[in-house]
Design a protein. Sequence first.
Length: 260
Amino acid sequence: MKSNSEIDKRLNVAIRIAKETGKMLIDNFGKPVEFTAKKDGSLVTPIDLKAEKLLVDSIKENFPGDRILSEESEPKASDAAFKWIIDPLDGTHNYIRGVDVFGTSIALQYENEMVIGVIYLPVTKELYHAQKGKGAYWNGKRINVSKRDLNQATMIYDSSIRQNKKPMLAGLSKTIDKVFNIRMFGSTARSLSYIAEGKADLEIEFNDKLWDFAAGLLLVEEAGGKVTDFQGKKWGLHTRAYIASNGKVHEEVLRVMGKI
């Protein structure tokens, strides 16, 4: 593992630039927003691109040798040990509609291991951060996942059901009677931060992207939770479908989703 001082430096920068990006997002929130559709049907705005430039420029200024992977940019080949994985505006569709559930997600990978996760939700001024082996925090206070059983669980479910209806509706049908209630927030950063601090207990995603979940899944694990794919294997850079939970409900949900 790289010296902690190198990781600590990057954590401090990640926190600072997440807040700077959040301020820019708030300054433009509620104003008319132009948008275009990407190939996958998701939307992108000039604000996404402006936020990305702010993050990328700051990272390059501080750590010019590091690699950056962003939702809005094509990845470039690099053998750098450190790779930043950023989502400048997680919850773009909410942002466009004036729904105040959105934020910035920043993760840092060292070689093949995720070592830092930072999420900033600017409307509520909530800063979440996690460092591998050092726990998860909300505004500087240590947080932990819940201890609720499945029949008392709030389950967050993938909101893109129309993209892959058959398995997603099947999964929902098999879990809906086992949990207390279901939510869809339209922002992975918001969803996973809720699980990390114990406000929700379980999330099931079928087709998430690395920049959406990298920071949040580390946050959940460092808060004492569990994350796997539908077959119970450890999540990684190529994961798309996953279950993130408080750990207590995980095996029971795996038994259901592993058959979908």
